[in-house]
Design a protein around this ligand. Structure first.
Ligand SMILES: Cc1cc2nc3c(=O)[nH]c(=O)nc-3n(C[C@H](O)[C@H](O)[C@H](O)COP(=O)(O)OP(=O)(O)OC[C@H]3O[C@@H](n4cnc5c(N)ncnc54)[C@H](O)[C@@H]3O)c2cc1C
Length: 388
């Protein structure tokens, strides 16, 4: 039985990194009490948001409740947001005013969209980052489908994976109701992707008649127009919906005293511990390798890396509990999968390159079976197999 006087291990943020830390570490016995502080009632499997937007998957498949995921594991869920962490006093303070002491702290608060301060983005752009972004976008698509074919324009800013995947999905959903423009500041789409996936994506964009504007920087956005600077100089383009996918920034609570940051992220050592604080682990989109290490390949900011780090964080916590040395985290690249519209995808990894309907099915199956909690994962995958 856990000692009620014992200070808990607190995990802040129940996304890919925090949740996999909890699910892995909850199997260790005996252990201190475990507390998750997370404002949302549901975990969101963001790589499947495109399928939720299109209705190919349902919310219960993409966003299972924490109550179900944590059931029977001895983990308390506090529905709140951590506003600050006092590293010297070993406690966190929440927005509702609670102060909780920890024996170990796991910070996994992820990233939020970044508008880089560009005028009008915050007020006029639609987002595609969380569950709450889906209904306004679905409503906009519904309105556009009521208009005469080809009279409307949708602009997506950012041609990273999110922008490209979303552009393909929107064209398939709009069925000709709007012309889609994809705006990218760099000189190519998917600059961080594998060559095979980039080529497949370029073809998918071309097949859908999506206009891609490379080397183009957005200057300002209003409710019905966007101004950008590109190869043709300054251009004002009218729009009937602009979706911002161009950047993200780490979601850090205030740290007291303030911690040193590297590229806005918390530098951690190879066991994911925060420099100078052996009782704090940071991982996922808020963490980066300590830049003083040599010859490192940076960890990608991805769900894949965050889940692997969650498992590594659990083994660091267990090593601390047993007074053993923790093993270093080594990222295993399992490949990259991109959805390219309804029924289409491309994937590269594990010695395989594949595109088309089979890649689409494999991607969906791979994600659904990776949903946390074995019973939910199987139920979701089972629902898909039965429905296909
Ligand atoms: C549309 C989209 C598609 C993507 N597709 C892919 C993909 O196909 N493959 C892939 O590998 N990656 C993908 N990613 C990237 C991936 O989702 C992130 O890298 C991953 O979610 C990072 O995990 P994390 O645990 O660090 O953060 P998150 O999963 O974002 O979780 C952070 C959690 O912390 C909570 N939180 C934030 N602040 C606080 C606070 N102060 N107090 C308490 N809780 C807090 C949030 O509510 C959230 O639940 C995609 C991202 C997006 C937006």
């Amino acid at each position: 039985m856990p000692n009620p006087q014992e200070r808990p291990i607190i995990v802040v943020g129940g996304g890919f990194a925090g949740l996999s830390t909890l699910l892995t570490f909850s199997k260790v016995h005996p252990r201190p009490p475990l507390v998750l502080i997370e404002p949302r009632p549901q975990f969101v499997f963001v790589p499947l948001l495109y399928e939720l937007l299109s209705g190919e998957l349902q919310a219960w498949e993409v966003a299972p409740d924490y109550a179900q995921l944590l059931q029977g594991r001895g983990i308390s869920h506090v529905r709140d947001t951590v506003s600050s962490v006092n590293l010297d006093d070993h406690c966190v303070t929440t927005e509702k005013g609670d102060r909780l002491s920890y024996s170990q702290l796991v910070l996994a608060t992820g990233a939020a969209p970044d508008d880089f301060g560009i005028p009008g983005v915050r007020d006029h752009a639609l987002g595609f980052h969380s569950l709450s972004d889906i209904p306004p976008l679905q409503e906009r698509l519904r309105q556009l489908r009521l208009r005469p074919t080809g009279t409307s324009t949708i602009v997506i800013v950012g041609a990273g994976a999110t922008g490209v995947e979303l552009a393909c999905k929107l064209v398939d959903l709009l069925e000709g109701a709007a012309q889609v423009h994809l705006v990218e500041q760099g000189d190519q789409i998917l600059s961080r992707s594998r060559a095979f996936n980039r080529e497949q994506a370029e073809q998918a964009l071309k097949r859908r008649d999506i206009t891609v504007h490379l080397k183009t920087r957005v200057l300002s956005v209003t409710a019905d127009a966007v101004r950008w600077n590109g190869v043709d100089g300054d251009v004002e383009q009218s729009h009937d919906g602009l979706i911002w996918t161009a950047g993200s920034k780490p979601n850090l609570p205030d740290l007291l005293p303030s911690a040193e940051l590297h590229q806005k992220r918390l530098p951690v050592d190879e066991t994911l511990q925060l420099k100078g604080h052996t009782d704090v682990i940071a991982l996922g989109d808020i963490a980066t390798q300590d830049p003083s290490g040599e010859g490192q390949t940076p960890w990608p900011l991805s769900a894949q890396a965050a889940m692997q780090q969650g498992q590594a964080a659990a083994s660091t916590l267990e090593a601390q509990l047993r007074n053993r040395a923790a093993s270093p985290f080594v990222f295993q690249d399992l490949g990259e999968m991109l959805s390219l519209g309804i029924g289409d995808a491309t994937l590269t990894g594990m010695g395989m390159t594949l595109a088309g309907p089979l890649a689409y099915k494999l991607r969906r199956l791979a994600y659904l079976t990776r949903l946390p909690g074995p019973s939910l994962g199987l139920r979701s995958a089972g629902a898909w197999l039965l429905g296909s």
